[in-house]
Design a protein. Structure first.
Length: 201
């Protein structure tokens, strides 16, 4: 993974084994006050708002979203997307189930969403080529929330483990429940990544 110069609190990076002209722009907004407006732009398919807008409460780590981004970009490059674009593909691929409607409802931004993790993928196939500064200017103008770096620490501060355990079917795993808290969360992340990797298998 190669990091490029961050723009304010948005990070831009490339992943190994993907073309260097495929860049992931990553930002975290806490206490978002206009989620209903953002959701309406998604429903209207407003191209200006073509982002993966993820409910950050179901994210356990950067590795989780970057793994999903890698999987989705690979589908884009192979012309095998199952959703309208790479950004909707990212949201859908977070779900261990193949139910697309459920994926948007559980993992995507919805009107009640408070904390939002944003991914924007720039790639040669995109109709409009945007710079990192253009992306950040648009996000900072239209997302009414506190922008913070998308670090594991900041992500952990908004994770809702009850939802994570429910959506990734981690409830009732006795050996997991018996582990000390730090080890439990690390093991849960591995299980989440495994669920994502096995999606649709």
């Amino acid at each position: 993974m190669k990091r490029k110069r961050p723009t304010a609190t948005m990070e831009s990076l490339t992943l190994e084994h993907l073309p260097t002209d495929c860049t992931i722009h990553l930002a975290l907004f806490k206490n978002v006050k206009n989620a209903a407006f953002l959701h309406s732009q998604l429903l209207a398919r407003n191209a200006d708002f073509e982002y993966a807008l993820i409910d950050a409460s179901i994210v356990v780590s950067r590795r989780q979203v970057l793994a999903v981004a890698y999987k989705s970009i690979t589908s884009l490059l192979n012309d095998s997307l199952r959703t309208p674009n790479v950004h909707s593909e990212i949201v859908v691929n977070l779900n261990p189930s193949t139910n697309i409607t459920e994926s948007y409802r559980r993992f995507g931004l919805n009107p009640p969403t408070k904390d939002v993790l944003v991914l924007k993928v720039t790639h040669p196939k995109a109709e409009t080529q945007l710079s990192a500064s253009q992306i950040w200017d648009h996000l900072s103008t239209h997302v009414e929330g506190e922008a913070v770096p998308a670090t594991d620490e900041n992500i952990a501060s908004v994770t809702d483990w009850a939802k994570v355990r429910k959506y990734y079917k981690l409830n009732g795993i006795n050996w997991l429940d018996k582990m000390p808290e730090p080890e439990k969360k690390a093991e849960a992340e591995i299980l989440v990544l495994g669920s994502i990797a096995l999606r649709g298998v």
